[in-house]
Every structure is written in structure tokens, then in C-alpha cells.
Design a protein. Structure first.
Length: 377
């Protein structure tokens, strides 16, 4: 199967070219909406939530039609404009120019060409997280765009604006996979990609089964298995594979997602060793709202309530998570190693996800309080 893949990772995309406005410079007036926000006066500048973008940006694998589904989460939207008036994010206007939130889809491989503009509304502005919904409009003179075709492979950006002020940039890629079967009823498949394919999430939240905080792992994997359903003229979107996850400190295993009985040497001090387990795949979308994996202690603990690795079990230092995957139809078996460190009892996130080390709000990776980004790079 011939694959036309143009990969431009977040780390290599020149953000400065698209996000050179500093926080204090984001004060241009919008002549269309007639509203002005002083984003530099806020404690935190507004940003978009990483996991809601990753889960809810949708590119149809067969048609190449791009849209957003469900709700996107915006953080720290201002409740008032510069003059102290309540911001109307729930406008009933049937005019896109009157909407406060706009997202432009930019083809960076095509000379930064704007492909389409989406508009969003919010029912209620919250202090921290405000869900926003794609505006669809109504009537014969409806001017709202809710989808666009993205069939040209390469790098794209989704640039978010608040009353004409650029406040966030989300880079992504469109990857085109062509069939090498001349008799295939489906000529090509389109999927989203990006540097997120080298990332993973760690969730640290309260333990509902006892004291301490649970530690859950979510790898971010893109699946691009090109399979046409038997007797049909559309793609098979689901797949199956196997994974093994091992948490290590100084190359010593201290946790795993699943055990099996050892068939060889007793290297872990008992008869159980980390094992592969089955998991499901879906072409074109990474859903980060499910699939969080807890760790069981290595060596295996038999006492109920004491088996799980908690955040409090991790002393300060460097750690790694080894993910081995086999059976994915779009690539050979592989192993990825994600690295993170614990300092003062907390997981240290990537610099781009840490406000104390990354001062550009246009490119900050926001995951909220409980999720931490880690990398395999």
C-alpha cells in the first residue's frame, strides 16, 4: 500500500510565523463585532483544551470532510468586554460577523491559505472551563460553515479568534493513504495526525477506593489501517491489536497494566510477569475520554486495595513507561518509551504544557488540573 504522508511535528512547525503576537499585543479592535477584549488584563489568557480538540476534530476517512463534533472546551474566556459589558457568547444572530468566537482553518502547506472559517457559541461562560458549540445557522440565507473538505495532505492550523483577536493555534496534519489495489472501490483514506502521536497523558486524581491519588496512563496512537469492508464499498474503521504497558524507575519495573503467569525465569520475584492485553482501534480519531490504564504493582500484590500504584508511591526522580504494541495492521510491531519526572510529589509536564516555562498562550498545551502531558521524544 502506497502512503503519501507529509508529517510536520509540532516541535518543527514554526509557531512564531503564525503566533508572533504577544499577549499584551492582542488588543486589536474588531470592526465587525464591535466588541473589544483586553486579554492582557486577565490572570490567564484564554486557550483551548488539548484533549477536547484531539477528540472532537473529525476528518471523515473516506470523504475527507473536516468538522468538529460535540463540544470544545475553552479555558479562561473573559466574561466581560473591555468596557465592563457582559460578553454575549450565545448570540442568536444569523450573521457570522456578529459571533465572538471564530476558528480559521489554514493550509500551511499551501502558503498559509485560509480554507474555511467555523464559528462557535457558548450557553454560559464559566470561570475556568467553558464548553463551546459549532454554530450551524438557519434559513435560506445561512452563511455559517460547519464543514469543509481537506484532501490535500500536509500541515494545517486551526486558529481561534475572540472578537477578531487571535488567541490560540492548534496545528494538525492531514495524511492521505492511497490504495495499491486497482480494484479497490475506495481510492484513498484521509486521517488526522500531528506531534501528539509522540505524546501520552497521565491522569492523577483522587482515589475513589481509598486514600491517595490514582495514576492512570493514556497513550495517544493513530491508527491508519486501510481495509475495505467485505462486499461493501466503504472502509472498515475498527481494528484490534495488543499492548503491554510497564512503568519503570531506573529500568526496574514497578507497575504494569496486566499480568500473566510466568513461563520462564522468575525475574520479578513471583510467578507473574507483565502481559499483553487486547485493545480496540478506530481509524481517524483518538478518543482521550476513555481507555485510561491504571498500574498494578510489580511484584504483584495479592491484598485487595493495595495492588494499584498510587501517585504517593512515586518518590522524586525519573521514570519511564514502556508501551509495546503488536498486531496493528498499519505498521510493524513496535515499542515506545515515554519519559517523565516527579518533583515535590508531582509529575512534571512538558515545557509547552507548563505556564511557568511557556509564556506564549497561542501555543500552550492546556490539559486542565488532572491530566499531564508526557513525551516519547
Amino acid at each position: 500500500m502506497k502512503k503519501l504522508i507529509l508529517l510536520f511535528f509540532l516541535s518543527s512547525i514554526p509557531f512564531q510565523a503564525s503566533a508572533q503576537l504577544g499577549l499584551k499585543k492582542l488588543k486589536s479592535r474588531s470592526p465587525k463585532a464591535g466588541v473589544e477584549f483586553d486579554l492582557g488584563s486577565q490572570r490567564f489568557a484564554p486557550v483551548m483544551e488539548f484533549q477536547s480538540l484531539l477528540s472532537n476534530l473529525n476528518l471523515d476517512p473516506q470523504t475527507g470532510v473536516f468538522t468538529t463534533v460535540g463540544l470544545l472546551n475553552a479555558y479562561f474566556l473573559p466574561a466581560e468586554d473591555k468596557d465592563g459589558n457582559l460578553a454575549d457568547y450565545n448570540s442568536n444572530a444569523n450573521d457570522p460577523d456578529q459571533m465572538l468566537i471564530r476558528a480559521d482553518i489554514i493550509n500551511m502547506s499551501g502558503g498559509a491559505e485560509k480554507v474555511a472559517s467555523f464559528h462557535y457559541m457558548a450557553q454560559k461562560v464559566n470561570r475556568v472551563i467553558t464548553p463551546i458549540e459549532l454554530k450551524s445557522g438557519y434559513g435560506s440565507k445561512n452563511r455559517f460553515v460547519t464543514k469543509t473538505e481537506l484532501k490535500s495532505p500536509g500541515a494545517y492550523e486551526m486558529r481561534f479568534y475572540l472578537a477578531g483577536q487571535h488567541f490560540y493555534t492548534y496545528p494538525f496534519e492531514v495524511i492521505k493513504t492511497e490504495s495499491d489495489d486497482p480494484y479497490s472501490p475506495v481510492e484513498a483514506m484521509y486521517t488526522l495526525g500531528g506531534s501528539w502521536e509522540d505524546l501520552a497523558l497521565l491522569q492523577v486524581n483522587s482515589n475513589d477506593k481509598g486514600p491517595g491519588h490514582r495514576l492512570n496512563f493514556q497513550p495517544l496512537l493513530a491508527y491508519r489501517g486501510f481495509h475495505v469492508r467485505s462486499g461493501r464499498e466503504d472502509l472498515q474503521l475498527n481494528g484490534e491489536a495488543q499492548r503491554k504497558v510497564v512503568l519503570k524507575r531506573r529500568e526496574k519495573a514497578i507497575g504494569t497494566f496486566r499480568f500473566e503467569e510466568s513461563k520462564g525465569d522468575d525475574i520479578f520475584g513471583d510467578k507473574y510477569v507483565p502481559a499483553f492485553d487486547d485493545f480496540s482501534l478506530r481509524v481517524g480519531r483518538e478518543d482521550v475520554t476513555s481507555g485510561l490504564l491504571p498500574f498494578q504493582k510489580v511484584p504483584r500484590v495479592e491484598t485487595a486495595g493495595e495492588r494499584e500504584v498510587l501517585m504517593e508511591d512515586l518518590t522524586d526522580g525519573d521514570y519511564s513507561i514502556e508501551l509495546s504494541v503488536k498486531g496493528m495492521s498499519d505498521r510493524p510491531d513496535f515499542t515506545k518509551v515515554y519519559h517523565f519526572s516527579v518533583s515535590n510529589g508531582k509529575v512534571r509536564p512538558l515545557a509547552r504544557a507548563d505556564r511557568s516555562r511557556h509564556n506564549d498562550p497561542l501555543t500552550l498545551i492546556e490539559t486542565g488540573r488532572d491530566l499531564v502531558i508526557i513525551s516519547s521524544k
